[in-house]
Design a binder for this molecule. Structure first.
Ligand code: FES
Ligand code: FES
Length: 169
């Protein structure tokens, strides 16, 4: 007996026939689809390394059964850049040294993308609001200051874009 699951992953339709209903989305991505950018840290919902977007919302893919997501749209770190053009949050992490070893970085970036969508109407972002919003993503290297700077910079860049569009209107 297999368990069919149809997903849209990074804009591409994917069908899986899982041999076990207990396969997590994380294992489906890494071991069935070869999308190893999403990392397995704790495998129990404590570190955030496995964060992906499902229908635009961030989740820990290690805690989510793939069969429960039939029909969902999943975005992983591999789906953020457009060709050679990095997503603005990816670019901000590079510009602000938001990583050291890089293991937590895909999860940090996916979480930051969702967090910035959650706060997109806000003007200035309070650093404590960012720390709270990103608190589900741990970094064993302690690159927290760079991560904080990157998230705030990406928010400011997006907000300035809105202001510029409003000015031009
Ligand atoms: S691997 Fe999923 S939260 Fe740590
Ligand atoms: S950059 Fe190494 S764990 Fe975060």
């Amino acid at each position: 007996m297999t368990f069919p699951v149809t997903l849209t992953v990074n804009g591409e339709p994917r069908r899986l026939d899982l041999e076990d209903a207990r396969v997590t989305l994380l294992d489906a991505l890494r071991e069935r689809m070869g999308l190893t950018g999403t990392k397995k840290g704790c495998d129990r919902g404590q570190c955030g390394a496995c964060t992906v977007l499902v229908d635009g919302r961030r989740i820990n893919s290690c805690l989510t059964l793939a069969v429960s997501l039939d029909g969902a749209s999943v975005t992983t770190i591999e789906g953020l850049a457009k060709g050679d053009a990095l997503h603005p949050v990816q670019a901000a992490f590079i510009a602000h040294d938001g990583f050291q070893c890089g293991f937590c970085t895909p999860g940090q970036i996916m979480s930051a993308v969702a967090f910035l969508d959650e706060v997109k109407g806000c003007g200035t972002l309070d650093p404590d609001r960012v720390r709270e919003g990103m608190s589900g993503n741990l970094c064993r290297c302690g690159a927290y200051q760079g991560i904080l700077d990157a998230v705030i910079a990406a928010h400011e860049a997006a907000h300035e874009g809105v202001l510029q569009r409003e000015d031009a209107a």
